[in-house]
Design a protein around this ligand. Structure first.
Ligand SMILES: NS(=O)(=O)c1cc(-c2ccccc2)cc(-c2ccccc2)c1
Ligand SMILES: [Zn+2]
Length: 263
């Protein structure tokens, strides 16, 4: 990706100078506060197809300088939305060893340790992700809040290879595994709102689904994620650690956040 960072002279307060949408309405993430919520009984459980990948399926685990991402096969898709949304990739946002809180969405002002995003695009209407990325019904992202707690075996399936992608643009192949195991048990309880990419170019093209329930990873797993990576290339003389890669909460404006659950 182009030159943008989360802090400093190219940090998030300056993104809108190069990427105008970053200063526009309908931005993500937001702090999901109780007063924004409206229960919507029509919100059905999220239905996922082909998330249980077999070990003979190869996935690409990569460091794009801003996050760690896993490419996903196009047979994976969301089938419970008005259009089919086909999976593209998943990636993470996290804090740092000294300041573990690094989720992008907050819930009533609570910031979690990290957040996973599973990015899908509307393959009914658009031929590929780059066509869909700036369309108002282009993308659907599933967000999962992550807390430090119990060890997470599913997380280990890719975390054990993270030392192979320490530097920007490094990639390794990892075996397929059940991506459903990275999600919380309850896919019927979630927040839903219209928002944007949380990174430049910040297109307001995302239908956000943030699951109510968090998943956990161990402190050791969190520290591995928070301390293993650099945002610079291997040959750069001044390595820059990759952590605290989260955008701060944006103005909710007059947006309502729909919820699929009561109480
Ligand atoms: N945080 S996010 O979910 O809004 C997001 C979505 C996509 C994305 C990915 C594929 C198709 C379309 C959009 C890419 C990023 C990204 C993160 C780090 C560095 C560069 C880009 C972030
Ligand atoms: Zn993201």
């Amino acid at each position: 990706g182009a030159k943008w960072t989360y802090s400093g002279p190219e940090g998030q307060n300056h993104w809108s100078k190069i990427y105008p949408y970053c200063g526009s309405a309908f931005q993500s993430p937001i702090d999901i506060k109780s007063e924004l919520l409206r229960f919507d009984p029509s919100l059905r459980p999220v239905e996922l197809q082909n998330y249980n990948l077999l070990p003979n399926e190869q996935l690409t685990l990569g460091n794009n300088g801003h996050s760690v991402q896993i490419s996903l096969p196009s047979k994976m898709h969301i089938s419970s939305l008005p259009h089919r949304y086909t999976a593209a990739q998943l990636h993470f946002h996290w804090g740092s060893a000294s300041r573990p809180a690094g989720s992008e969405h907050l819930v009533n002002n609570k910031q979690y340790a990290a957040e996973m995003h599973v990015v899908h695009y509307n393959s009914d209407k658009y031929p590929d992700m780059s066509t869909a990325i700036d369309k108002s019904d282009g993308l659907a992202v599933l967000g999962v809040l992550i807390e430090v707690g119990e060890f997470n075996p599913a997380f280990e399936q890719f975390l054990k290879f993270i030392n192979g992608i320490k530097y920007r643009d490094q990639r390794v192949k990892v075996s397929g595994f059940n991506i459903r195991e990275l999600l919380p048990a309850r896919l019927d309880e979630y927040y839903r709102y219209d928002g944007s990419l949380t990174t430049p170019p910040c297109y307001p093209s995302v239908l956000w689904t943030l699951f109510r329930n968090h998943i956990t990873i161990s402190r050791k797993q969190f520290l591995t994620l928070a301390t293993a990576l650099y945002s610079t290339h291997a040959q750069d003389s001044a390595p820059v650690p990759l952590n605290s890669n989260f955008r701060k909460p944006q103005n909710a404006d007059s947006r309502v956040v729909l919820v699929s659950f009561k109480e």
